[in-house]
Write a protein that binds this ligand. Structure first.
Ligand SMILES: O=C(NC/C=C/[C@H]1O[C@@H](n2ccc(=O)cc2)[C@H](O)[C@@H]1O)c1cc([N+](=O)[O-])cc(O)c1O
Ligand SMILES: [Mg+2]
Length: 214
């Protein structure tokens, strides 16, 4: 039977990227998704904004909601200082299996912990299961109707501290109106919109950076 899109992405990485070279993994996926088959990776344009936010923050503890094939996992983990840790949550077992191999190909498995399951089940367990006090940086790129409830859940679980940065993908396309309204109007956040484009297209999209004020 026909392969899946994640399987085709992994094949492209294994064929065109160099083991242990995260940039080559990123470039191989971007080239394939721009010229052969679109996929819902954050992509090169928004990815550069993600890079700048991570580089400026230099986070020790990172949470990613929505691994998919591991593209943004690789983008973030490649910039983390030694000893820093990225926990990425993936609901779909098939996607998780592909992402593990993409992350390993990039040579970043020591910095990344991929956890399979639903964000609402794992967020309340971050402290007791992973020994996490608070996160320095959270990248939201999972189901768009989960951005707001999961943000409130992270607040309630005490996982955000003064200065924690949330960066949300797709705030225009497909859009997360309830999340945007919340972080832009809540007195607990200072929010900024980075205008960009939907990955590999000319459609508008953007990233919303929201700093938790405690
Ligand atoms: O729908 C989109 N993303 C949903 C992503 C969902 C991912 O998050 C995981 N997850 C992990 C943990 C959970 O608790 C739930 C799901 C799912 O198993 C999936 O791997 C999307 C769509 C477009 N688009 O143009 O249509 C563009 C984008 O950049 C997008 O991100
Ligand atoms: Mg996205």
């Amino acid at each position: 039977t026909r392969s899946t899109r994640p399987q085709r992405l992994l094949k492209v990485v294994q064929k065109h990227a160099t083991r242990g070279d995260p940039q080559s993994v990123i470039s191989a996926i971007d080239h394939f998704c721009r010229h052969s088959e679109w996929a819902m990776n954050v992509g090169d344009e928004k990815g550069s904004i993600l890079d700048s936010v991570v580089s400026e923050l230099n986070p020790e503890k990172v949470l990613e909601l929505g691994t998919y094939c591991g593209y943004s996992t690789v983008r973030i983990a490649r910039l983390l200082p030694p000893g820093a840790r990225l926990i990425t949550l993936e609901f779909n077992a098939d996607y998780a299996a592909i992402a593990r191999q993409v992350i390993a190909w990039a040579g970043l498995e020591d910095k990344v912990q991929l956890v399979e399951g639903a964000s609402e089940d794992w967020i309340p367990r971050m402290k007791e299961h992973f020994g996490i006090e608070t996160f320095d940086f959270v990248f939201l790129d999972h189901w768009k109707d989960r951005y707001l409830p999961d943000t409130k859940l992270m607040e309630d679980c005490g996982l955000l501290r003064k200065g924690t940065v949330l960066l949300a993908d797709n705030v225009i396309c497909p859009g997360v109106p309830d999340y945007l309204e919340y972080v832009r109007n809540s007195l607990s956040y200072k929010s900024y919109y980075f205008k960009s484009h939907l990955e590999y297209t000319k459609a508008e999209d953007g990233l919303e950076k929201s700093v938790f004020l405690g």
